[in-house]
Design a protein around this ligand. Structure first.
Ligand code: SF4
Length: 291
């Protein structure tokens, strides 16, 4: 039986960077350098450490565990936990009409939800006002579209919820009050050479000193995305999501004009190993031949 093809959060982000990549991703035939470099990537970004640190401030949080690929089971486990009036969940999973997401931290108090997306990015909370500048342009759009996608899927699953949206970031205006904080979160490769973090056993919140993280409300920014979809104003946000989902489900390539955005494309292989294809060269051959 063929596995269902869901547009996940990471595939949605991939499509935002270039919709053609949806066709190449997770296919044996196409080499993907982002998969082979995932450990180094994680190391460079420090995102996993920040996520573990953020979780420490929600000691009541319950992680959704299970096989990463079994979306139905992960979503069912999440829904089971959500029957509780008040609950905090790490990696809560939601599945709706071919769309699948997992949230970093989801805090539920009745029908009031805080959706918290943790990023290894820093901001000065003492001066930050908005990611929308004075001309109405949206900054940090990659991160904000990520939150918008999560909000969209969760709200479809639970229309009755009142959802508040936050980015959890490193606050440049704060200082660590304990030495060697990062030594408590050791980055290690797991069995699949992906990044995971080993936290010092029995580490407690009070061992971390003053928090160096800050929660930034991003509802205004996400509303802008829903209202005007600044990355593709000719199409609504919902239509963009459905467009990606439908093409991914049916395995239809979305042709994208080649250009400077191709620089650094993860599907570029200068010398493909036997049996492997370079998506980058496929794009450039196709588009150069029609120029
Ligand atoms: S080569 Fe360019 S058009 Fe093709 S997948 Fe990569 S970024 Fe997209």
């Amino acid at each position: 039986m063929l596995k269902p093809r869901y547009l996940t959060k990471s595939r949605f982000k991939l499509a935002l960077s270039c919709p053609t990549k949806l066709f190449y991703t997770r296919k044996d035939a196409y080499e993907d350098s982002s998969e082979t470099d995932s450990f180094l990537e994680g190391l460079a970004q420090g995102g996993f450490q920040v996520e573990e640190l953020a979780r420490m401030y929600f000691p009541e949080g319950i992680p959704i565990l299970g096989e990463d690929w079994n979306y139905d089971k992960l979503a069912a486990r999440t829904e089971e936990l959500l029957k509780q009036e008040n609950v905090t969940i790490f990696e809560a999973a939601f599945l709706y009409d071919g769309l699948f997401i997992r949230t970093d931290i989801l805090e539920k108090k009745g029908n009031n939800i805080r959706l918290i997306e943790v990023k290894a990015k820093s901001i000065d909370s003492s001066t930050h006002e908005s990611f929308i500048n004075s001309k109405g342009n949206l900054g940090w759009s990659e991160y904000l579209y990520d939150v918008a996608f999560q909000h969209y899927v969760i709200q479809k699953c639970h229309p009755e919820w009142n959802i508040k949206l936050f980015l959890n970031l490193v606050d440049k205006s704060k200082r660590t009050t304990v030495d060697g904080l990062n030594a408590h979160f050791r980055i290690v490769p797991n069995s699949e050479l992906r990044t995971s973090v080993e936290v010092t056993p029995n580490l407690k919140r009070e061992d971390l000193g003053e928090s160096i993280l800050t929660l930034i409300n991003v509802e205004e920014e996400v509303q802008l995305i829903f209202n005007s979809n600044p990355r593709d104003p000719d199409r609504s946000f919902m239509d963009t999501v459905n467009y990606y989902r439908d093409h991914y489900q049916q395995d239809i390539k979305i042709e994208t004009p080649i250009g400077t955005h191709c620089y650094g494309c993860e599907f570029k292989l200068d010398v493909p190993p036997a049996g492997k294809l370079s998506g980058f060269h496929e794009c450039w051959m196709t588009h150069c031949s029609v120029l």
